[in-house]
Ligand binder design. Structure first.
Ligand SMILES: [Zn+2]
Length: 499
């Protein structure tokens, strides 16, 4: 009886995922292949499928079966009970937002997104401010409906990083402020390494081939994935056997393609590492955005910006682009790859300044939600914070408060997951280094297979079996701790800069 009920819930969950995967495929196509003219009809197709997915999720018979099974989790095995309990939590959260609210929200989001696009075209925050304020009021309503124990922010953060709350994020950022701020002061007072050779001319096709080699070398499986070009690099998938990445190529900036390839490759390895038998189920899904980001950043920064990595790959770079890197030593290249300098744009920031970009957004969105900051004052507050934390004068709002799409889409509580991901990455990589003999030496020969096997066995294949905190404790013996990132920074940048 219980087994039958479970089987029926499982079938239904996989059906929901079939629809979601179809939406993802339409989105992928929209970003990579679709002719411009297709936009309106595509929006309609996606909206229809979203409606179908929502109907399936809120189906009464389905919900009551999930509820029944959630009452007798002890009669299910571990995998089954994770699938049921996670689905139950998802339904509970969804039920707090009725159809009327969801309809209002999606209408307001599309208006706010429009206003944001217009504001960027006019380079004026005030064009968008009133609309953004309406969306913030609605997000407050959403938080109240969902409920929270401490700060109103926690209700929204929970959607992206379950188990985390703003007090925990505050504590993590205390580490950032106390530790990183003085280090950046010291670094920024020093002479910057030359990186001009990264901005010479690099043929598109040659870069493309080189990027494919980098992905293959990481262990990305092209039989179950492919790479295409898009304006903003991303990874997406339709089940573990078809996980795709995109990249962008700038002929005048070599870094643009290289590290975005490795970053998206890291996201994709996580998804390709899920088990096919868990298709469409919580056991076959990522734990949180922070954990997802930890995988991209582990590969991008701990592997892809290490000297060991380039000991193997730099000779290949020189082979493909001999003129551009003539007279540039491995040490020069490594120093340029890890050049630290403040810049106003988050997505172009180095791996240290990056966390101040996130901190500023976190402080602002928290203040907006609790009401201590008015939307009308958000731009001047943003600019003050950039002066305070990064020493920058922001004059163009497009390089300031209008640079990110997130708030216009109603994604409040999303930004901290980027930093959380970096700090998990440092903690996991430190553990992998402890457990795998000669990890660094393997990287110098271009062999990442032991690292990939470690990640697959410890993280990828387990889907949502663990919470983020639970996974971290299981792997490293403690919850998320900033000190691992601190140690990584100390070692790497202590050598690169005289600290
Ligand atoms: Zn990412």
């Amino acid at each position: 009886m219980i087994k039958d009920k479970y089987q029926s819930v499982k079938n239904h969950l996989q059906k929901i995922f079939d629809v979601q995967a179809s939406i993802a495929l339409l989105n992928w196509d929209q970003e990579t292949k679709m002719p411009k003219g297709g936009a309106q009809q595509r929006a309609r197709q996606i909206s229809t499928l979203s409606g179908i997915a929502h109907e399936l999720l809120t189906d009464r018979a389905f919900k009551s079966k999930v509820r029944d099974l959630n009452e007798c989790l002890d009669q299910l095995n571990t995998e089954e009970s994770v699938n049921i309990n996670e689905t139950f939590k998802q339904i509970e959260r969804a039920e707090k937002l009725d159809t009327d609210f969801v309809t209002r929200r999606s209408a307001l989001v599309s208006e706010t997104y429009q206003a944001w696009t217009e504001a960027r075209a006019k380079k004026s925050f005030s064009v968008y401010q009133e609309q953004l304020d309406k969306l913030i009021q609605l997000k407050k309503e959403e938080a109240e409906r969902i409920g929270y124990n401490g700060h109103i922010y926690d209700a929204l953060l929970e959607e992206f990083e379950p188990g985390m709350n703003s007090a925990m994020v505050d504590k993590i950022f205390d580490g950032v402020k106390n530790h990183l701020q003085p280090i950046l002061k010291k670094i920024n007072a020093q002479k910057k390494p030359d990186d001009s050779f990264l901005f010479k001319h690099f043929n598109k096709d040659k870069q493309w081939d080189f990027g494919i080699d980098l992905l293959k070398n990481m262990g990305y499986d092209f039989n179950r994935g492919r790479q295409d070009i898009s304006v903003h690099p991303f990874s997406t998938g339709f089940g573990p056997d078809d996980i795709r990445v995109t990249t962008r190529i700038s002929e005048t900036n070599f870094s643009s393609m290289v590290w975005s390839c490795i970053h998206e490759g890291g996201h994709a390895l996580y998804e390709q590492g899920m088990l096919s038998q868990n298709y469409g189920l919580p056991m076959g899904s990522y734990i949180s955005l922070g954990i997802h980001e930890s995988q991209s950043r582990l590969w991008e920064n701990h592997v892809g910006r290490s000297k060991a990595y380039w000991e193997f790959h730099y000779p290949k770079v020189k082979n493909v682009f001999p003129e551009q890197f003539d007279g540039v030593s491995l040490n020069d290249f490594y120093a340029a790859a890890n050049r630290i300098a403040p810049s106003p744009i988050r997505t172009e920031a180095d791996e240290l300044h990056y966390h101040f970009h996130v901190l500023i957004r976190f402080e602002i969105e928290k203040a907006l939600l609790e009401g201590s900051l008015k939307t009308a004052d958000a731009e001047s507050y943003w600019n003050e914070k950039y002066k305070e934390y990064l020493g920058l004068d922001i004059t163009d709002p497009n390089s300031g408060i209008l640079q990110d799409i997130h708030w216009s889409l109603g994604s409040f509580g999303y930004f901290p997951t980027y930093s959380i991901g970096s700090f998990y990455a440092a903690q996991f990589h430190a553990q992998a280094t402890k457990e795998i003999d000669n990890l660094e030496e393997q990287a110098t020969t271009g062999d990442h297979s032991k690292l990939l096997t470690w990640l697959q066995g410890n993280i990828y294949k387990h889907g949502k079996r663990n919470s983020a905190e639970g996974l971290c404790k299981e792997l490293t013996g403690e919850g998320l701790n900033y000190k691992y990132f601190e140690a990584y920074v100390q070692k790497k940048y202590g050598e690169l800069y005289e600290l």
